[in-house]
Each structure stands twice: as C-alpha cells, then as structure tokens.
Design a protein around this ligand. Structure first.
Ligand SMILES: *Cc1c(COP(=O)(O)O)cnc(C)c1O
Length: 398
C-alpha cells in the first residue's frame, strides 16, 4: 500500500522547492517590456542580489542556467591560451574547467577527490611554483553539489595573498548562495557565479555573474568578448533591453522579486542559520543510522559539510532502492549520487543526496528523515536506532 498521495516533495539539490508566493507572482499576463513596472522591478533586483552576495560591486543577469553563468564568467575574463588553476572537489569543478577548456583557456585541474575539501597547502605549493604568474585565475566551487563538500574560500584568498599571486579568484556559488554564509567582498572574491533555482527558490532560468574591480579590469584588457555573454552592457544598460541582451525574462523577474522579498523579510543571517540548523538535524540522523548499518555521510568533518545538500553513501544497490522506495511509497524524491561512480558501474547505485536548500523548514526535513527511516525498514537495510530523536533534538534548539 503506497502512502505517496499528498503534496510531493522534491528533495533534490536543485531545482529546489518553489514557494507558492513565487509561483503566484509569476501567474500573470505578459507585461510591457518597454515601459512601466517591469523596468522598475528589474532595477530593484540589483541591490538585493548584491546584498545576498555581500558585495558592493557588480552583478550581470543572464537568461541561463548555471552552465550559462559558468560560460559568461569565463567569456569575460579568459582568452584562448590563458592558464587557469582549477581546484576540483567533485563533479562541478570538472564541469567548469571543461567550459574554460572549450573556450580555449588552458585549465590545469588539481583533483582533491570525492570526499575532501581543497588542500590549501597544496595550493600554496602550486602558487609558489608559478613564479612567472602564468595562472590568470584560480577557479573553485564553494559547495560542490556532488560531494556536498564546502570549501574554505576565505582561506583560499589568504593563500593567494600569502603567495603574492595576482590570479583572479573565481568561485561557483550556484549551490551555496543564500544557503551557506558567503562574503564576496570580505573574502576577496573577484568573480562569483550563481543561478536562481537553488537557494534563490525560482524556477531554473536565471544565471548571475557577480564581479569586482579586478575582474572588470581583466574584462577591459580582453581583445574580444562574445556579445551575448559580455557583462559590460548588462551592468550599465543605456536601454532596458541591454540588461538581458534582448527580451527580458519577464516572469522570472516577477518570481525572483518575490523570492528576494522572502529572503529580505527573513534576513540573510537567519536564512543561513536556518540552513545550518536543518543540516545539523540531517547529520545527527545520519550519524545515528550509521551506528548500526552501512550509511555514511560522504564528508566526515562537519566543518567541511554544505548546509544546502548532503551526500550519503549507502552501498549498492541500496542507494537507488531507497530513492525508488521513497518516491513510490512516501511522496519524497531524493537526489541521485552524482559523479560518485561512473554510470553503468554497479557502484553507481550506492549513493544518494538530500537537497535542503531554499524553501525548506523543520517539518520538511524531519518528514524526509522519517521517510528514509521507513524506507530502510521496508527494504531491510540495517541502520542504528534513535536517528529521528536525534534530528528532533537538533530542531528543538532555539
Ligand atoms: C547546479 C550546479 C551547477 C549547474 O547548474 P545548472 O543550472 O544545472 O547548469 C553548477 N555548479 C554547482 C555547484 C551546482 O550546484
């Protein structure tokens, strides 16, 4: 007997849950794109986006997903032949490097594995060895959504400074913006990319590139930037259409406006704290389950775990079996294990992820954990006792 009827919960790490308020803001007739409200609302997004990214500098908005934001960032500052140091801690670091490579840059990828963060001592050695300062940029992912590792971006900036290396610091915050604390200016980040469908709670379709003065100078020095991705007209539009290099993403603008209002009403500090506390509830449950069975958190050190997504190891074929059971019997869809094993390899079925980014509260997380426990019972997967009590205890702290 399935218990899946009721509101389905997509608990994957993006796209995230869309608040009814965002959906309702988008449910309206097409607006005029030449005059009126849409233009004012578009302008109002800019300071609010900068406030969430903690930057006083610039943000360009693209009609794009995260891959588009990746390409936009690269297109503005990296020319063919430019060398970049890419610090990979999961699938997404490799993905961004691939975009850079295909645009002609020369990425040098350092892979820190599937369950570890960036080793800053290793980065210090690489920077020291680059005496000629051939690396034009260092690219890193704040939270890699495949492994759920969270990297120390402030530490990365300190490492660049200690080495006296002038490379631009480029960071992917697609999974972390408005979930994990991120301080673009304080941490000295030159380029940051994000998208709207994760912490920003809006249907996929908007990509963002934030950039500071050093990145703006690098853009000025480029011989050529492809016209669509060029961030310059977008941050200083003489005509409204230049914001988006063409027709505006009308309904996404209304949706994002509502999402930014929700974040402002809650307060970004509170948003970060909510994500942290809900993440700790998930970790507490996972640790209890692991006492009596195969389930393990992919990232052992709590200080290096994302507050937006949790990657778990359960062993094949349990990961896939558990996901299928939850969708069919509990109305919850969990994330697949991305990049942890090659597709086609039986080991691929040993992983799953919980997305807990954006419009997520205690009952959604506790409900998901309860459904996972029911699934492990139903499937006969060994697990320790007391997981739900442990998660409830974390949620009970004010
Ligand atoms: C989701 C994600 C991406 C890719 O975004 P798309 O919208 O799927 O193109 C890139 N980087 C990170 C860290 C992500 O979480």
């Amino acid at each position: 007997m399935s218990l899946a009827q009721g509101r389905h919960y997509l608990a994957i790490p993006g796209p995230s849950v869309i608040p009814d308020r965002v959906l309702q803001a988008m449910h309206r007739a097409a607006p005029n794109i030449y005059a009126g409200e849409l233009i004012e609302i578009t302008r109002s997004l800019i300071p609010d986006l900068k406030a969430i990214a903690r930057t006083a500098h610039e943000v360009a908005i693209y009609i794009a997903n995260g891959h588009g934001a990746w390409e936009a960032a690269v297109a503005n500052v990296l020319a063919p032949g430019d060398r970049v140091l890419v610090l990979a801690t999961g699938r997404f670091g490799h993905g961004w490097a691939e975009v850079a490579r295909r645009l002609g840059a020369e990425p040098e990828i350092v892979d820190f594995g599937k369950d570890a963060d960036i080793d800053l001592e290793r980065v210090a050695e690489l920077l020291a060895a680059d005496r000629a300062h051939r690396y034009k940029a260092v690219m890193a992912v704040h939270v890699d959504t495949s492994t759920s590792v969270r990297n120390d971006i402030a530490g990365l900036r300190a490492t660049l400074d200690a080495a006296g290396h002038p490379a631009l610091l480029m960071v992917d915050c697609i999974a972390s913006l408005a979930c994990d604390r991120f301080e673009m200016d304080l941490w000295g980040v030159d380029v940051m990319v994000a998208a709207c469908q994760k912490g920003l709670m809006t249907p996929p379709g908007l990509g963002f590139v934030f950039f500071g003065p050093r990145a703006a100078a690098a853009r000025e020095a480029m011989a050529r930037v492809s016209p669509y991705w060029d961030w310059k007209p977008r941050v200083d539009p003489q005509e409204y259409y230049q914001f988006f290099c063409g027709t505006a993403p009308t309904h996404h603008i209304f949706g994002l406006r509502a999402a930014l209002d929700m974040i402002a009403e809650e307060g970004i500090e509170h948003v970060w704290q909510r994500h942290a506390q809900l993440a700790r509830a998930i970790w507490a449950a996972a640790e209890a389950w692991g006492q009596g069975g195969p389930l393990r958190l992919n990232i052992a050190d709590p200080w290096k775990r994302s507050h937006a997504v949790t990657s778990l190891r359960l062993g094949a074929p349990h990961g896939t079996a558990l996901r299928d059971w939850l969708t069919e019997n509990a109305g919850v869809t969990l994330g697949i294990g991305l990049g942890m094993a090659p597709p086609g390899d039986p080991a691929w079925h040993g992983f799953f992820r919980i997305g807990h980014m954006g419009h997520v509260n205690a009952h959604m997380v506790l409900g998901t954990l309860g459904a996972i426990e029911a699934g492990m019972r139903a499937l006969g997967i060994d697990h320790g006792r007391g997981a739900l009590e442990a998660a409830a205890a974390v949620c009970a702290v004010r």
